[in-house]
Design a protein around this ligand. Structure first.
Ligand code: SAH
Length: 350
């Protein structure tokens, strides 16, 4: 069986012709899948029944059922878990923004990058998601977006550049004008930073944006907080990010998870200012750490966050603070675990 939602338009058209069907059937299929949200081949009423049977016997429609969903009482953020063929779950977060939605997709189940402040790391890497499992997260989210624009951020579970081929392929499907038709500039790939993969992503000519999780201002601290990506010297990682910006013409966002007493000190401000500076193509996004009872860090208070961000003004193209959404349903940055979890109260007690 061929995973339908892992096919580019050209691949699908070739498969359809190989089955002896007219090429325009491919247009009908993509119309049903990417615009009308069909749940299976039976829904495709303008395709003759015999052909629908043939299609169903050839392609895995790859519909992933929603195994769990929660909606934040605070801000309407919706977190859902789509069930994969092997029983694993892909976790996704859809956030209502000002006039549009942002969907935060997972690229892996779990993650092997072991960042100390992130709960996903606690599961280790279970497996890579396939391209169609990434595409489906977006298609499912889009059914709740009410026709509004959809931005995509690869900031859910996993390290997207550790699942490079599937992520690139999924982006091609998501941006293809015949398929999901999402503007590449609406897509941001967020990475812990693997310099040669950042360069390779730039060379794919996808026109997507890049966010780099910086989180520390020197090599020693970064290696402690981010044991895997911290092995690459910061200078090399930032050089790769600058190359990405130069090659694509998009500024790169540096994400900085703010941890009380760990990376919010005056010396961090000083070093961070030095990493930016005139001529660098970086924006800065400060993310106050989102707590989890299993992790022993603390979130700085809002006055400290504001002062930290203010002290960095002028050193970057822009400085912003991201107060994560969906904190009450464990849907915020660093809170995805990819399983239906016990309620927080029980977890804290256990
Ligand atoms: N692996 C990728 C994408 C997933 S994490 C990456 O690291 O970029 C997306 C962002 O959430 C990263 O910037 C990460 O540093 C941040 N993050 C992780 N845990 C967090 C937490 N508990 N609170 C706030 N941000 C967190």
């Amino acid at each position: 069986m061929i995973a339908l939602k892992a096919l580019t338009y050209e691949q699908l058209a070739a498969q359809v012709e190989a089955l002896g069907l007219e090429r325009y059937r491919a247009d009908q299929i993509v119309d049903w899948v990417y615009r009308k949200g069909a749940a299976d081949f039976d829904a495709m009423t303008n395709v003759p029944a015999a052909q629908r049977q043939l299609l169903a016997a050839t392609f895995d429609f790859s519909a992933m059922p929603e195994a769990a969903a929660q909606v934040s009482a605070l801000d309407g953020t919706r977190k859902f878990l789509l069930r994969c063929r092997d029983g694993e779950g892909a976790e996704t977060v859809l956030m209502p923004m000002d006039g549009h939605f942002t969907v935060c997709v997972s690229s892996q189940v779990g993650c092997r990058f072991a960042c100390k402040f992130c709960v996903t790391a606690r599961r280790g890497l279970v497996r890579n998601l396939d391209a169609d499992e990434i595409v489906q997260q977006v298609l499912h989210a889009r059914t709740f977006a009410g026709g509004l624009g959809l931005n995509i951020v690869f900031m859910g579970m996993g390290e997207p550049l550790d699942n490079f081929a599937a992520v690139v392929h999924a982006i091609r499907i998501l941006t293809a004008p015949q398929l999901a038709m999402i503007g590449a500039r609406r897509i941001t790939v967020s990475t812990t930073g693997v310099p040669d993969r950042i360069r390779a992503l730039a060379e794919e000519e996808l026109r997507v944006k890049l966010a780099l999780s910086l989180n520390a201002t020197n090599d020693v601290d970064r290696k402690w907080l981010m044991p895997v990506s911290g092995r690459f010297p910061l200078s090399e990682t930032l050089a790769a990010a600058a190359y990405f910006a130069e090659r694509t013409g998009h500024h790169v966002t540096l994400e900085y998870v703010l941890l009380r007493g760990v990376n919010d000190r005056p010396e961090d401000v000083m070093r961070l200012r030095a990493l930016g500076g005139p001529g660098t193509p970086f924006k800065l996004n400060v993310i106050p750490w989102n707590p989890d009872p299993r992790i022993r860090f603390e979130r700085p208070d809002s006055a400290t966050v504001a002062a930290f961000a203010a002290a960095l003004e002028g050193a970057f193209r822009s400085v912003s603070v991201r107060w994560s959404k969906g904190v009450d349903i464990d849907a915020a940055c660093g809170q995805l675990f990819g399983k239906v979890q016990d309620p927080p109260a029980q977890r804290a007690a256990g």
